[in-house]
Design a binder for this molecule. Structure first.
Ligand code: ZN
Length: 135
């Protein structure tokens, strides 16, 4: 079961440069920065009520985020739904014929379980399921 939108992932060239907009213009507070080596990204989380903004900066040229920015420029990269059981949510999507990027949950930022659905199966929006435990 989905509980809420956990975060919006936004691809940026540089977290250091993007911070100005999120901190100074919007007035949000950065909770933490973390490098996720398996995904070749650095992340920065800003809280906003019950949800978060996750900035994603590539740490390598072959990072999926580097490819995304090269193809489409900076911008919204994914929508993440907090769910009670990531594995069940994936099974349900599979049963409905969705293409999955992760067949089983992987470890994401904050050591949460995460899994992605292919954007071709979700009308152009890369969709992430993540577990409920907050970082
Ligand atoms: Zn995410």
């Amino acid at each position: 079961m989905l509980k809420k939108i956990d975060h919006l992932g936004i691809a940026v060239h540089s977290i250091a440069e993007a911070r100005y907009f999120y901190e100074t213009v919007l007035g949000l507070t950065c909770e933490k920065e973390e490098e996720v080596a398996s995904q070749k990204v650095r992340t920065a989380f800003f809280s906003l009520g019950e949800t978060h903004i996750e900035l994603l900066e590539p740490t390598a040229e072959d990072s999926p985020i580097a490819k995304f920015i090269a193809n489409r420029g900076e911008g919204i990269h994914h929508v993440a739904y907090c769910c009670t059981d990531v594995t069940k949510q994936l099974d349900q999507a599979r049963e409905h014929g969705c293409r999955l990027i992760n067949e089983t949950p992987i470890s994401g930022a904050g050591n949460k379980e995460v899994a992605f659905l292919h954007p071709k199966s979700s009308h152009g929006v890369l969709t992430e399921f993540c577990s409920g435990e907050q970082q």
